[in-house]
Design a protein around this ligand. Structure first.
Ligand SMILES: C[S@@+](CC[C@H](N)C(=O)[O-])C[C@H]1O[C@@H](n2cnc3c(N)ncnc32)[C@H](O)[C@@H]1O
Length: 287
């Protein structure tokens, strides 16, 4: 599709035809130039994020922003950063991790042991800059050390944003991101390498494998025992949420856990494949 022949995937009644065309052209160019398809994301959310990108370069109209992007194509990377909001922190919403610790991990570990299977496969989908998968690595390490079970955990951490994944792989964080950790955990798993820079130690990096993956368009990972996907679905339209829930159901083994976290909405279609484990933390188990 050329810029001249633009299809209006997203419409807003308050925008002029020229502004609407510019907005849709920007989305189309993100798809053509960066392979990122945001057309099924929530329109209001998307507009808010593109507006933030536009204001970063002191512009107020989508048509002006489109011109700016044509002259400065590297700005598409900044725009992508704005759209794929990637704020995170260690043990974000600690109650969710507490519920996983008490209601999920030990059942999962016992089941694996009974099945003579030594590997627990965990997927952190939409992992942003890595805080979530590293938190899961801490949770499992502590459980396995105290239970002395002969199990190993592999954590697959995926995101569509390569910039976030690079940061995740480096594993350097400020003290603010670590605020939910105890002093003991900070000492044990991090090394202070500069003022306000805490680097993840190799033992915590070892079980985590980062990969670029688009949960909408790529095939899901398979044979997953526990899947975390938190603070991502808020950007997706309802149809898209249903589509991705179906992929997650395919990814999980029977009895596998899906942790959606507090802010997510479980769609009716998703409920067919999952039973409820904890409604306040939105933890589900594949039937
Ligand atoms: C707000 S962060 C959530 C990070 C972490 N899960 C947490 O709760 O702290 C949302 C992440 O979802 C990622 N994301 C958005 N759409 C995605 C998609 N289609 N496939 C994979 N990741 C996606 C973004 O790049 C961003 O890093």
């Amino acid at each position: 599709m050329t810029e001249k022949n633009i299809q209006l995937f997203i419409r807003f009644d308050d925008l002029s035809p020229a502004e609407l065309a510019a907005f849709n052209t920007i989305l189309n160019n993100l798809l053509q130039l960066r392979g990122m398809d945001f057309r099924q994301y929530r329109p209001k959310c998307l507009r808010r994020r593109v507006t933030v990108g536009m204001r970063d370069v002191n512009l107020e109209a989508f048509a002006d922003y489109l011109n700016f992007l044509r002259k400065n194509p590297q700005e598409y990377d900044n725009l992508l950063d704005r759209i794929t909001v990637n704020v995170s922190e260690f043990f974000r919403n600690p109650e969710t991790f507490l519920a996983v610790k008490s209601k999920v991990i030990s059942e999962l570990a016992q089941r694996k042991t009974k099945m003579n299977s030594r590997i627990i496969r965990v997927w952190s989908a939409g992992c942003a800059t890595g805080e979530e998968p590293y938190s899961l690595a801490i949770l499992f390490k502590e459980f396995l050390e105290s239970s002395r079970l002969d199990l190993k955990v592999n954590i697959y951490a995926t995101d569509i944003d390569s910039g976030s994944l690079e940061k995740a792989q480096k594993g350097c964080y400020s003290l603010k991101a670590l605020k939910e950790l105890s002093a003991f955990q900070r000492e044990k798993y991090f090394e202070k390498t500069a003022e306000d820079v805490y680097a993840v130690k190799p033992e915590l990096k070892e079980p985590v494998k980062f990969m670029r993956h688009n949960m909408i368009s790529d095939e899901p990972l398979m044979r997953i025992d526990m899947l975390f996907c938190r603070n991502v679905f808020i950007y997706f339209s309802q149809e898209l949420q249903v589509q991705v829930y179906k992929k997650f159901a395919k990814a999980l083994v029977p009895g596998g856990y899906f942790v959606a976290g507090k802010t997510e909405i479980m769609m009716d279609a998703g409920e067919d494949s999952f039973e409820r484990v904890d409604m306040s933390e939105r933890i589900y188990r594949k039937k």
